[in-house]
Design a binder for this molecule. Sequence first.
Ligand SMILES: Cc1cc2nc3c(=O)[nH]c(=O)nc-3n(C[C@H](O)[C@H](O)[C@H](O)COP(=O)(O)OP(=O)(O)OC[C@H]3O[C@@H](n4cnc5c(N)ncnc54)[C@H](O)[C@@H]3O)c2cc1C
Length: 350
Amino acid sequence: MKKEKVILIGAGLCGLYTAYLLQKKGIEVLLLEANTRIGGRIKTITGTTGVTMEMGATWFGNQHRHLLEVLNILELPYFRQHTQGISLFETMSFVPPQKFEISDSEEPSFRIKGGTAKLIEKLISEIGMQHIKTQTKITAIKEDNNQLIVIDAAGNSYSADKVISTIPPNLLVNSVVFEPNLPDAFIQLAKKTHTWMGESIKFSVEYTTPFWRQNHYSGTLFSQASIIQEMYDHSTADNSGFALKGFLNGGTAVLSLEERKEKVIAQLTTFFGLEANDYVAYYENVWREEPLTFQPYEQLVLAHQNNGHSLFKNPLQNGKLYVSGAETATQNPGYMDGAIFAAKTIAAQF
Ligand SMILES: Cc1cc2nc3c(=O)[nH]c(=O)nc-3n(C[C@H](O)[C@H](O)[C@H](O)COP(=O)(O)OP(=O)(O)OC[C@H]3O[C@@H](n4cnc5c(N)ncnc54)[C@H](O)[C@@H]3O)c2cc1C
């Protein structure tokens, strides 16, 4: 009997985990990824001091049981987010921030030791790089009898019995041409499906010492008044590398990197003192400028809108095309746990 050939589009967490599960079932897979980098919205960078910093997905909790299960299977250790010390909450720029402490009894959030990219690296080594093709941007998918022909930006075509797309739905229907066209109800739904964190700006400031800890601060900060909206201590699990990392106000996407950096350092200096000026480096990732993640919406779409919608359950193109990815999951959609759940849901159908 001829073996079924499956093409997966997108080598983010969902594409990689789906490939891993299908291979375990003896199914031949080819993963096509547009970027030079594998991981999608998981992006760990390493500073000059060796500290690893998450520009994408970072935290998970005990409720993320599909992700926890995978971390256990792949033997990837994780650790608790540092929250001890004084945390700050700024409501107005002209009033000093409120101080509070996060109790140890609160539901913890965790990070993967060595960075979230460890999960991606482990999956790549399990799947084998020979099954992953990077710099392959898919631009069209055509039905040809009982096959699908996948065409990339360079004009190469690949045929498959089944195709699983893990491109976020709004990006998929705006960047890939289908023949025959996808059902209108599906296109309209995809255009109104929020891509989690697609609008966010992540920043990280690398330091040689955790001076905030030494001054009894946790590094946790929430602000409704300044450029940094949310921030946490981002030191490594073994406390060998130090950074503060979080999210900037999305409106500051109109500023330059230099302007944002200046405002971030000024805010850190105001809250934590002059030592904040002694940083090693400032890093940021403006996700709305990542064309392989974010596509502007035609109309206002709310956070998580249509995530996990029932229309994503049904394969298209006469049962040959599956639309997957974190946003299609019915459990914890948008999150890493959702990406894993979506992979399990699709793989179970093979
Ligand atoms: C800033 C930020 C912070 C986050 N924080 C958290 C967190 O703390 N906890 C958490 O659980 N989740 C978090 N997330 C969400 C998490 O990153 C996602 O749930 C998860 O990584 C999605 O995986 P995915 O494979 O479904 O999609 P993606 O990672 O988006 O993968 C899709 C892949 O498709 C590729 N692609 C796109 N177009 C094409 C094309 N035409 N042809 C070929 N390939 C293509 C992309 O390059 C990408 O690699 C965060 C996301 C961001 C951006």
